[in-house]
Design a binder for this molecule. Sequence first.
Ligand code: ADP
Length: 486
Amino acid sequence: MAITGLTDPSLFTESCLVAGEWIGAGTGASIPVTDPADGSVIAAVPSLDTAAVRRAIDAAEAAQKNWAKRSAKERAGLIRRWYELIVANADDLARILTAEQGKPLAEAKGEIVANAAYLEWFAEEAKRVYGDIVPPPGADRRILVMKQPVGVCAAITPWNFPNGMITRKAGPALAAGCSIVVKPASQTPLSALSLGVLAERAGIPAGVFQVVTGKAREIGTEFTANPKVAKISFTGSTEVGRWLMREGAATIKRLSLELGGNAPFIVFEDADLDAAVEGAMIAKFRNSGQTCVCANRIYVHESLADAFAQKLAAAADGLKVGRGTEAGVTQGPLIDEAAVAKMEEHLRNALDNGARLVTGGGRHELGGTFFQPTVLSGVTQAMKLAHEETFAPLAPIIPFASEADVVAMANDTEFGLAAYFYTRDLARMFRVAEALESGIVGVNSGLIANEMAPFGGYKQSGLGREGSKYGIEEYLETKYVCVAGL
Ligand code: ADP
């Protein structure tokens, strides 16, 4: 099979990258990949058995030793070259991404370029992995602190950012001197495989970056049970994160977990209303509402709630729903029927309990999994969507009376990934930023992730951080060397 319109068709592959070899499904089991815009099958990737996954881990172990021995400058050069190839091929990679995931081409390219920047950043950070010399307790000894790579890493990535969630993990892993085996989501493996093509082309040695596809539970079991895997980095649901922790306990896996969110988006009475609407549009409707940092609950001060609802609905009506490859489209389809079912369930529950529809509210006339961007007013904290992640283009507006009330409602969740608020009051800015129980806080902005900043959650939204100087620590061990008898 093929994806049309690629300048370089060799970026599309249906084979996995294991130990420097490309392995197709052949006559073995395979997994179909569909275009969510029309449900058509666009590719089939191998459903690898456990022996193949184990072979990848063995190759990763062998390759890692040599990779770690290379100078940081040398590793940095190769990672940088990979970054440059991704940026140079971003249009083709975007076509591949849109074909399997549905998001508009411009958004796909945005994901690719913005997250390739993690490779650029960590290529630079590779050269700045410093240790310490610490004052000793006696004159006859010295204390040295060294940073060393954790070893073989495994990554499990989701379908909502099929390309970006991989470079975010591979960047710091490779920079630190680790190797990494990636298992992409079964819905979106093609972006991962295309990254493998470019990694090879960049000169990343065989076994340092590998991609395996297959049954999630089987691969997850091998990743968690295999003692050669030192660390797992996972982005996905809290449920699977819990499972990985339980399974990984047997071999004391190091874990980075980027899990579910339930982001509050608060508009205080002193906010710039138009800026807040603009921020809410990005925080809510980007990727058709399918990001873990998407605004799930929009709290607006009661004095502004009606005006905000009208403006947000007008902006939502201006979105263009359609196939991601069509010019001007800003909202692609949802990933699958289950995603639509969850949106409909949350919508029904809210309407049954007194919420009012301001705009949208149903499936789009295009059919399939296309849904109308929807705004609800008069929502309350008691409704289902206030406690569960909707992951769809549904914007519920919950009015509030006081800062204390809204902070309490915002924190009333087991999640703590992102939170947003709009205010022009400096004291409030610090008070609320400190009071919100979340790892990422956007003040007067609805778009806050970048490679220079630490991304990660409080509470049950996960463990560890991606991006920034903190991100590389996740892939490093700290060794204390005591030199005595001096
Ligand atoms: P989502 O709701 O985004 O699909 P999941 O947590 O189910 O969230 O999926 C995220 C990633 O985790 C995907 O790559 C998926 O295949 C993988 N996954 C799902 N279940 C397991 C499992 N038991 N072990 C390992 N990986 C899993």
